[in-house]
Ligand binder design. Structure first.
Ligand SMILES: [Zn+2]
Length: 145
């Protein structure tokens, strides 16, 4: 019987679907993303603030590279972090990984241009809405709960 050799990535995928990104890794990805200036189908909108993913968005180009969820067995808090009076929908709202909605986000990379995005699914009683925001390094804050 032929045995399949699992790569490191395979093994990782079996045990943890997505690696949890630490703040330093997140900032690094964000900086790399901010340097991308090539035109790409994913960059037709800037997604400075949270938006519903438009139907025209090339979602198939995105690959999840990590999660900000601390513990998959615990419901993360819905508390938001806005020390400077921003709101959920503000384009300058901080990206605070321990706070809503960042604490349930995955980080996705565009395979074509390598821009990175935050994504999560907003679920109400009768709807699910997939939302997206650009990963802006200037807005990331390591705020504790
Ligand atoms: Zn792209």
């Amino acid at each position: 019987m032929k045995q399949r050799n699992f790569t490191q990535t395979d093994r990782h995928t079996f045990m943890y679907p997505l690696p949890k990104l630490e703040i330093a890794e997140l900032i690094q990805l964000a900086h790399r993303s901010a340097q991308v200036s090539t035109e790409c189908a994913c960059a037709r909108a800037s997604f400075l603030c949270w938006e519903s993913i438009p139907v025209s968005f090339p979602e198939s180009q995105l690959q999840d590279v990590g999660t900000l969820m601390e513990n998959p067995f615990e419901e993360p808090t819905f508390v938001e972090f806005h020390p400077a009076g921003t709101r959920y929908e503000s384009s300058n709202a901080p990206i605070a990984p321990r706070y809503f909605p960042y604490n349930r986000c995955t980080i996705s990379k565009c395979l074509v241009c390598e821009r990175h995005f935050l994504r999560y699914t907003e679920a109400g009683g009768y709807f699910v809405d997939k939302r997206i925001r650009a990963l802006n390094p200037e807005l990331i804050v390591d705020a504790s709960i």
